[in-house]
Design a protein around this ligand. Structure first.
Ligand code: PLP
Length: 344
C-alpha cells in the first residue's frame, strides 16, 4: 500500500479527539455520537457523490414535526450560527442596530459586524441576568434584539413571564432572536412554550442547535422557527444544497434515540450541579447556571494562570470572569484540583 502523503497525515493527525477531559472552552458535548447516530451517518458517507436536497425540505419537515410547528415556520442553518446570519441578512440593512447583552455569546458581535450592523450592548446584572427593561428600551431604535435563554456565558434563565412582558414591549417591527441553544438542558418547569410564543409574537425567531445537547457540533446543523409570514421571508434565503445528508440522517437517528439522549443530558446536568456545589463549598460564587457550563464572574483572581497552569482549556473573559464547560467526572476533578491549588 502506498504511504499516505505528509499533508494527509497532518490533517488526519490534527482532528480533535472526541474525548478530551481538558477541552472545556466551547460548551461541546464531551462524548462521541451515540452508536445509532454514528451508524446512520456512516451509511450516508457512501452516497457522498450525490448532492443533498436542493433545499432541506426533509430536515425541515422532521424538525417541524418534532417541535410541533408547521413546516412553513422552520428554517435550517449551518448551526445556530448559520440561522442567525440568515435572519440578520433577511431582516436588516447595513447601519441598522442590533441589541445584545454584555457579556454574551462571542458570536453575536461578530455576526453583527458581518451584517454591518451597529451593536448596542446592555450589561447583565451582578447575578448574570438580562436587564430586560433596558433591553426593551434599546430595542425601540433597533432592528434586531437577541436574548439567550439559558444565557451564555452565565447559564441564567429569565422567567417565562418576564420574557412575555419584554416581548409585549418590543416594537413589532423589531425582530427578537430568542436563542435557545441550550434549551434541552432545562428542566420542564423552566421551559417556555416556544411554539405558542411564535404564534402570539410574529417578530420572534426561536433559534436552536444540534451542537450542544445533541452532541453534533461538527455537523453544523441548527434551526429556527417563527410565525409563517416571517418564516417565508427567512426560507427565501435558504442556501441551495447547503445542508449535507449526514446532517439529515444524524438528526433522524438522534430523534429516534431520544431516550438515550435524554439520559446523557441528565448526566451532564447532574455533573453541572455537582461542580457548582463543590465550587460553592470552596467559597466561590457561581451564577445560577442551567446549561452545560459553569460561570465564575470576575473576583480578582487570576483564573487564566490557574487553568493554563493545569493544562485546562476554558473560556476566559477580558474582565477576569471564566466559563467552564461541564464534561466527564474526570474533567470535574481536574477543574476542582486546579481551583483548590489556587485557593491554598
Ligand atoms: C448561545 C449560543 N448561540 C449560538 C451558538 C452557536 O452554535 P452553533 O453554531 O454551533 O449551532 C452558541 C455556541 O456556543 C451559543 O453558545
Amino acid at each position: 500500500m502506498a504511504t499516505p502523503p505528509a499533508a494527509l497525515l497532518g490533517v488526519v493527525g490534527s482532528i480533535p479527539d472526541a474525548v478530551n477531559p481538558l477541552a472545556l472552552s466551547l460548551n461541546e458535548y464531551p462524548f462521541p455520537p451515540l452508536p445509532a447516530v454514528r451508524s446512520a451517518m456512516a451509511a450516508s458517507i457512501d452516497t457522498a457523490n450525490r448532492y443533498p436536497e436542493f433545499l432541506p425540505q426533509r430536515l425541515r419537515s422532521l424538525i417541524a414535526g418534532h417541535v410541533g410547528v408547521r413546516e412553513s415556520q422552520v428554517v435550517i442553518g449551518s448551526g445556530a450560527t448559520g440561522v442567525t446570519m440568515q435572519v440578520l441578512h433577511a431582516v436588516s440593512s447595513p447601519g441598522d442596530t442590533m441589541v445584545m447583552a454584555a457579556p454574551t455569546f462571542d458570536g453575536f458581535p461578530i455576526f453583527a459586524q458581518m451584517a454591518r450592523l451597529r451593536s448596542v450592548t446592555v450589561p447583565l446584572d451582578q447575578h448574570g441576568h438580562h436587564d430586560l427593561d433596558a433591553m426593551a428600551e434599546a430595542a425601540e431604535n433597533a432592528r434586531v434584539v437577541v436574548v439567550c435563554r439559558p444565557h451564555n456565558p452565565t447559564g441564567t434563565v429569565e422567567p417565562a413571564d418576564d420574557i412575555e412582558r419584554f416581548l409585549a414591549r418590543v416594537p413589532r417591527d423589531t425582530v427578537v432572536l430568542l436563542d435557545e441553544a441550550y434549551v434541552e438542558f432545562l428542566p420542564g418547569e423552566h421551559r417556555i412554550d416556544a411554539p405558542s410564543l411564535v404564534r402570539r409574537f410574529g417578530n420572534v425567531v426561536v433559534v436552536r442547535t444540534f451542537s450542544k445537547a445533541y452532541g453534533l457540533a461538527g455537523l453544523r446543523v441548527g434551526y429556527g422557527f417563527c410565525a409563517p409570514d416571517l418564516g417565508r421571508t427567512l426560507w427565501s434565503m435558504q442556501l441551495p444544497f447547503g445542508t449535507p445528508l449526514s446532517g439529515l440522517v444524524a438528526v433522524a437517528a438522534s430523534y429516534d434515540a431520544e431516550s438515550q439522549l435524554r439520559q446523557r443530558i441528565r448526566m451532564i446536568a447532574a455533573e453541572r450541579r455537582y461542580l457548582q456545589l463543590r465550587l460553592r463549598s470552596m467559597g466561590l460564587y457561581t451564577t445560577e447556571g442551567q446549561a452545560n457550563f459553569v460561570y465564575l464572574p470576575a473576583c480578582g483572581r487570576r483564573w487564566q494562570a490557574v487553568f493554563d497552569g493545569a493544562g485546562l482549556q476554558v473560556r476566559h473573559y477580558p474582565d477576569g470572569g471564566v466559563r467552564i464547560t461541564v464534561g466527564s467526572r474526570e474533567s470535574t476533578r481536574a477543574v476542582l484540583r486546579a481551583v483548590r491549588t489556587a485557593m491554598r
